[in-house]
Design a protein around this ligand. Structure first.
Ligand code: USQ
Length: 396
């Protein structure tokens, strides 16, 4: 299969590229280094230096003999997107002469992924809105014009639902109103501008599915943790981009980094905020199973991509417990919450769809966390305490 990965440089994009390449698929990655450049501009620091996409593809080739094709380009430019489907970008036919080049699957990660970044200021907000919506819309039009049978796997977010006071279904809700019934997208109410762009993505994709019969799987993913996948095999040059700063770092990765350098764990507010979490290896499994069993033509299939739920305080306590076992003195601090979000709330999402198509969940056990502590500790000299918390305020 030819798999096109949009956003191939990111935390999930590069591991996904190696995963499918290892399986023998033809993989092309596209990226414009938006996240790397934002990290440099904001001087956020990363746990280790990550080679460029071309360098990583070369390393991968040296290790496995497999090719990952790299295209550097801005997918919010419609011509860059269209060139991937209309023959302007040529793909290697050496492996299979009948290969048309049209990707059978597109995995769409090409978005500004950070909620705090989207609320830094009006410029970052506009970049988030324009990048995320234009990339998705450009993809919809390219598929309509050149590749209606191609299956899209898009990474959405559980944050689209927010924290409603009712059970969260997988994407859809049957509503009975004045004696009549219909099925609608589950009501969405995001708590950041970034999450709001993901709601708008879903709406753009639902329009394209209804109107042009496209086939799309939208994976509503929770925060991901971890850095080693089966393909990295302990070679740090193939590790994903790993942020621990307030803007691009996510909570589990941040808490472990904070624990390693003796920085009090930054619990925002009361810490009752509950989310669904998953291991980076399970992201790969979920995407893989979605690719293997694609959505039908004219179907927008939605899965909730989480494996278990935790509150912020539960994660902090676990980090403290595991850290103590390893000899770290971990403390917890409740900071005034810079975000506008419910700190105690009902949270009961359904998430059986992906296990129903064969995903086998891995959980955040003490052993898994210990493994992450060990890797992060190797880079403890690189950790810059001043980027851990800067307090980007939602309401300011
Ligand atoms: N939090 C803290 N302390 C911190 C960092 C976060 O208490 O130092 C809290 C936040 O207030 C929030 C929760 O932990 O309630 C999760 O925050 P996060 O920064 O790990 O995740 P979030 O901003 O929601 O976004 C991340 C990814 C995003 C993805 C989303 C899935 O950056 O790309 O879509 O997780 S979800 O959270 O389910 O919407």
């Amino acid at each position: 299969m030819h798999i096109l990965i949009l956003g191939g440089d990111g935390y999930l994009g590069w591991p996904t590229a190696m995963y499918f390449s290892r399986q023998g698929h033809q993989v092309t990655v596209v990226d414009n280094y938006l996240r790397r450049n934002a990290c440099t501009e904001l001087d956020v620091g990363m746990l280790y230096t990550v080679p460029s996409l071309q360098q990583r593809a070369r390393l991968w080739h040296e290790k496995t003999g497999r090719e990952i094709k790299v295209v550097i380009g801005d997918l919010s430019d419609p011509e860059v997107m269209r060139s991937l489907f209309d023959g302007r970008v040529t793909y290697d036919r050496a492996v299979d002469p009948s290969f048309t080049g049209i990707p059978e699957t597109v995995i769409h990660y090409a978005e500004q992924p950070s909620a705090p970044y989207s609320l830094l200021n009006h410029k970052a907000a506009n970049l988030t809105v324009s990048n995320n919506l234009l990339v998705t819309n450009n993809l919809m039009f390219a598929l309509k014009d050149f590749a209606r049978d191609t299956h899209v796997v898009h990474i959405g977010t559980m944050g689209e639902y927010g924290t409603p006071n009712i059970d969260i279904e997988e994407g859809w809700l049957e509503v009975e109103h004045k004696g009549r019934k219909d099925t609608f997208l589950f009501p969405r109410q995001a708590s950041s501008l970034y999450h709001t762009t993901k709601i708008m993505d879903t709406d753009l994709m639902w329009f394209a599915v209804r109107t042009w019969g496209l086939r799309i799987t939208d994976l509503m993913q929770g925060p991901v943790y971890g850095l080693e996948t089966n393909e990295t095999e302990g070679d740090e040059r193939l590790y994903p981009i790993f942020n621990y700063d307030e803007i691009f770092g996510t909570i589990v990765n941040r808490f472990i980094t904070q624990a390693v350098v003796g920085y009090p764990l930054t619990v925002y507010g009361r810490g009752g905020q509950t989310r669904g979490y998953l291991n980076i290896n399970d992201t790969l499994q979920c995407v893989d199973k979605s690719v293997e069993t694609p959505a039908k033509s004219g179907e927008l299939r939605i899965f909730n991509q989480i494996m278990e739920t935790f509150s912020v305080m539960e994660l902090a306590e676990m980090t403290r417990r595991v850290g103590a076992k390893l000899g770290y003195d971990v403390t917890i601090e409740h900071l005034e919450n810079p975000r506008k979000e419910a700190e105690e709330h009902y949270y009961n999402p359904t998430y059986q769809g992906l296990t129903g198509i064969g995903v086998e969940p891995h959980y955040l056990t003490d052993e898994v966390m210990e493994g992450m502590f060990r890797v992060v500790d190797r880079y403890s000299d690189n950790i810059r305490k001043e980027v851990i918390f800067r307090g980007v305020k939602w309401g300011a």
